[in-house]
Design a protein. Structure first.
Length: 397
């Protein structure tokens, strides 16, 4: 009955990670999958999260269905984390928020909602992009295109190209943007550039959809939300997807949120109703375990301060590895401009390596990264960073 279906080749990142796991060579380095690993190469269980889980378990609450929009205390806390305590849109009841199955679930429900609200609208996504962005929105029947973002010559931002492309879009086009720690390049806009883009979005009557998967991994929890909070202050109607996979090291719990900032409370209530309907059609209700623990952390002054410190430690470790790569390459490959390792930020770095150089790293040195040259910086630690820079120096000679 189903022999006519195409064979699914799998996700290329997961497939490359499986290839790494099967590689028997030592030493080897895995810079493929977007996981934060500590200095020992392990995905951490944050002490703040463990404490919150223990507190929740002691209450021995029944496992009844959550509302379609999720746990109320979770949504309230996440709103304040994303938009800030003093956000007028929150005080005025203009933000419709739901708990989602990770950031990916937020993007999918947001895509379904946008297709319902604007069935003829099309979406523009940065070039390059996380491949799944196109798949998610095409699966929601929203056609996708690309706008210029990355400048390969400078390994930085093509801001002029970005502005030119967005300026040419028709009214009510959807624009996917990363508030911080752009995936896959690690190249971000400055606050001044964000202000220009926000003015453009408002003037062109475009629909911004912000994907914030790495809050706290760039400059800080508040600093990384600059674009979100500036848009809210400017009075735009826009969507935000956020994820706690990275900054809570909570990958398997699939905890995220979808937020839609509206023009008034009545509009927000209508929007929330449609989000509930979209959730009901897909999975009915979100799970409670991770949401309870995150709500506990965000509502407790002590646990919140502890979690902030833990996020700061993760952010600093990433920055330290970036600096180590740059410093070591200054000696090992002085002709090679490695400044992008410290100019970019967040988990990912676009190295600018060619596919041939990436293949050499994998085949000759067992150093695994994506064909695009993107590396996941937390895969580096004090034990393997010198080996990585030795290998990199060889292929850029």
């Amino acid at each position: 009955m189903f022999t006519h279906l195409e064979l699914y080749g799998g996700d290329p990142i997961f497939r490359l990670n499986e290839q790494y796991q099967a590689d028997a060579r030592q030493p080897k380095v895995n810079l493929t999958i977007g996981l934060y690993c500590d200095g020992n190469g392990r995905v951490p269980l944050l002490p703040s999260v463990l404490s919150a889980e223990q507190l929740c378990a002691q209450r021995k609450q029944p496992r009844t269905y959550l509302p379609m929009e999720g746990l109320a205390t979770y949504n309230d806390a996440v709103q304040r984390l994303v938009f800030g305590e003093d956000c007028p849109a929150l005080a005025e009841g203009r933000v419709a928020s739901i708990q989602t199955l990770g950031g990916t679930g937020a993007l999918k429900i947001g895509g379904d909602f946008l297709h319902l609200a604007y069935p003829d609208a099309e979406m523009w996504i940065s070039d390059p992009a996380w491949d799944n962005h196109h798949a998610i929105f095409q699966g929601a029947r929203v056609p996708t295109h690309s706008y210029r973002y990355y400048d390969a010559a400078t390994r930085g931002l093509d801001f002029e190209g970005l502005v030119a492309d967005l300026s040419a879009l028709p009214r009510h086009s959807i624009v996917l943007l990363h508030p911080c720690c752009h995936n896959p390049t690690g190249v971000d806009l400055t606050p001044a550039q964000w202000d220009q883009v926000i003015d453009l979005l408002q003037r062109q009557q475009l629909i911004p959809f912000l994907d914030m998967a790495y809050q706290g991994f760039g400059q800080g929890l508040a600093e990384d939300a600059y674009a979100v909070r500036a848009m809210a202050r400017a009075g735009l109607t826009f969507l935000v997807a956020n994820s706690f996979s990275k900054n809570f090291s909570y990958y398997s719990e699939r905890c995220g949120g979808l937020h839609i900032v509206c023009q008034n409370a009545a509009e927000a209530e209508r929007v929330l109703g449609q989000l509930r309907a979209a959730v009901r059609r897909v999975y009915s209700n979100p799970p409670v375990h991770g949401a309870q623990a995150i709500s506990e952390v965000l509502h407790s002054d002590g646990l919140f301060a502890q979690w902030q410190a833990e996020v700061g430690q993760m952010r600093q470790r990433i920055a330290t590895m970036r600096q180590a790569v740059y410093d070591q390459l200054q000696t090992k490959a002085p002709h090679y401009d490695a400044s992008h390792f410290i100019r970019q930020q967040g988990m990912f770095c676009y190295t600018g390596l060619s596919s041939e150089q990436v293949t050499r790293l994998r085949e000759e040195f067992a150093v695994y990264l994506l064909a695009s040259g993107r590396i996941s910086v937390p895969g580096l630690n004090t034990e393997n960073v010198s080996y990585f820079t030795d290998a990199l120096a060889e292929v850029v000679r």
